[in-house]
Each structure stands twice: as C-alpha cells, then as structure tokens.
Design a protein around this ligand. Sequence first.
Ligand SMILES: Nc1ncnc2c1ncn2[C@@H]1O[C@H](COP(=O)(O)OP(=O)(O)OP(=O)(O)O)[C@@H](O)[C@H]1O
Ligand SMILES: C[C@@](O)(CCO)CC(=O)[O-]
Ligand SMILES: [Mg+2]
Length: 337
Amino acid sequence: MSVKRVLASAPAKIILFGEHSVVYGKPAIAAAIDLRTYVRAEFNNTGAIKIEAHDIRTPGLIVSFTEDEIYFESDYGRAAEVLSYVRQAIELVREEAGANGRGVTVSITSQIPVGAGLGSSAAVAVATIGAVSKLLGLELSNEEIGKLGHRVELLVQGASSGIDPTVSAIGGFIHYEKGNFEHLPFMELPIVVGYTGSSGSTKELVAMVRKTREEMPDVVEPILSAMGKVVEKAREVLLSDLDDEVRFARLGRLMNINHGLLDALGVSTKKLSELVYAARTAGALGAKITGAGGGGCMYALAPERQSEVATAITIAGGTPMITRISREGLRIEEVLP
Ligand SMILES: Nc1ncnc2c1ncn2[C@@H]1O[C@H](COP(=O)(O)OP(=O)(O)OP(=O)(O)O)[C@@H](O)[C@H]1O
Ligand SMILES: C[C@@](O)(CCO)CC(=O)[O-]
Ligand SMILES: [Mg+2]
C-alpha cells in the first residue's frame, strides 16, 4: 500500500536510577511516562526535507523594525543545530530505505518540555523515525526503531547509552545495560515530577562528566560504580515481594543515595536540589534528579503524599507534574493512504 501521510507519537521517560553511569556501561532503570511527542510525515513536491518544529524557540533571532516593515534574521548555525535530532533521524531512515529523492515534510508538536531530563530528544527522534519509516514503506519493529534512535543520539551528542530511545520506543519499565534491555513487570509508582523551568543540554552535561572522569579517574570511577550498585539493589527491591511500605521506603533511600552521587558528579543545580529537599521535607520517601540534570526535572516517590509534595514543589518555585507510567512506546496514530 502506498502511503501519503503518517502520524506517529512517542513518549517521554524518567530515569528512575542510573543516569550518567549508564553511559559507562553500568545498568540503569527507566520508565516511559504519559507525555508525548507527535510527528506527522508526508511527501512534498519540492524534493526537499522540510521540518516544522512548533515547540522549538529559535535561538539567535534578530528582528529589525522600520516605520512599516519588520525584518527577521537568524543565526542559521544555531537554528539548524537545534533541529539536528530530527534531521539526523530523517536522513538515517532515508538511508535505510535506499536512495529516495522524494521530498518529505515533517511537522512536530510536543507535550514534553525540551532539555528537561524527560527524554525530549529521544522521543522526537523515535517518533520521527517511526513516522518517516512508515511513510517510506520500511517495516521496522519498535525495538529496531529504538536502535536507530540510539544512532541518532550518538551522531548528535557524540555519546549516548541508548536508554532513552529504547524506553521511548518500547514503553513500560526497563532495566538497561550496554545496549540490552529487560522489561520489568508493569507497576504504578506514586511519583511526582518537579520541573525547575530551566533546561540543560545532555550533550554538554555528558561531556562535562567525561572530562571530570578523564581528569580524576580514581575519584570518579568509584562514584560510577556505586551508582551501578544502587541500580542493582533497586532492581532487586522492585522485583521483591516485600510489601509496598518497606519496598517504597527502600527505593526512596536508594533514590536519595543516587541523587547524592549525581550531585557529586556536578550535574545538580541549586534549584534542582531545592526541589529535591522540598519534596523530602513534605514527606516524599526519596527524591532525585531525573535525566542529564543541569536544570530540568527531579522526581519524588511519595505514596499517600503526592498532593503535599506537589504543593511543596510549587512553593519552592517549581512546576509539579503528576504523571503515570506509560505501557506504550512508539505508536502509529494514523496512516493516510
Ligand atoms: N519538540 C521538539 N522538536 C524538535 N526538536 C526537539 C524537540 N524536543 C527536543 N528536541 C531536540 O532535543 C534537544 C534537547 O535534548 P537533550 O537531550 O539535551 O534534553 P532532553 O532529551 O530533553 O533531556 P534528557 O536527555 O536529559 O532526558 C533540543 O535542543 C532539540 O534539539
Ligand atoms: C545522561 C544520560 O545518562 C541520560 C539522559 O536521560 C545520557 C544517556 O544515557 O545517554
Ligand atoms: Mg535527551
């Protein structure tokens, strides 16, 4: 069947345990959440690749006014860079599909805050690959699309563990290590996400950790190993048949240890730590950064106390989001023949 237009969507994620150390081959645990990026792909007649990114603020915009006219200019390098995940995703699929000269228009709308630790880069890459591959007639499984999403992150960021595109493509809860994943049983976790309102670039934060590790391997390696141990313990607790009260209390303690180790690596900020402590003071059993840090989001585990923790995050100047874990990863929403 020849296809004219495809709409695909892919979810955000939280890293429950193990961000950054996962880049160095340690395990990590992540879950897809119910915020989505939607990508529509269709053929155009120009032969060009056209990207309409409705949620991206154009960096380096220069506006000049005269009496009756307005001129817009832009720093083209920076504007193009911000679209590099989408561009690489389209180019990779065109390569996989064999040379194809037809123009493609990709239009993006997203519910995921950008650069906030919720995997916006992975979701946009996965949804783009999903939509464009279907348009070009490629039959790819969600797992294969996750692997292509990992290649996109490697091309753009220089380094990526692949956990974000994997969980965005397949959904649910995963334990991830060196490119391999295991689905953990689905469970509802009483969490609250707190958004600082500022952003951080994963590419820059991963590069910063790498530099510190190169300069002080004896100091940084034990921190990364301790993070790996936290993840293994968390997996054991998640899979245990302990009753919820004990299980959540242990997971909370492990989250706090993980946050301390991330802080030691230098990826927390004053605001993130303020939200983390506000959540703990309001009764969360644990709270930590989620994602690359440098701004963005934290999350708290707060059974019976979700609304108190949400209020504490607001008072501390953040935006709370009560999210649910999403079973579904990449979804083809609509195909127009
Ligand atoms: N809706 C979107 N449209 C186009 N590009 C997007 C969109 N959302 C994210 N991106 C791309 O992803 C970049 C942000 O990715 P980055 O990896 O730095 O943060 P994140 O993925 O939000 O957080 P983390 O990697 O910590 O989970 C943006 O600068 C932009 O290039
Ligand atoms: C910081 C990092 O570990 C997680 C970003 O969500 C980067 C990666 O795993 O690719
Ligand atoms: Mg990212």
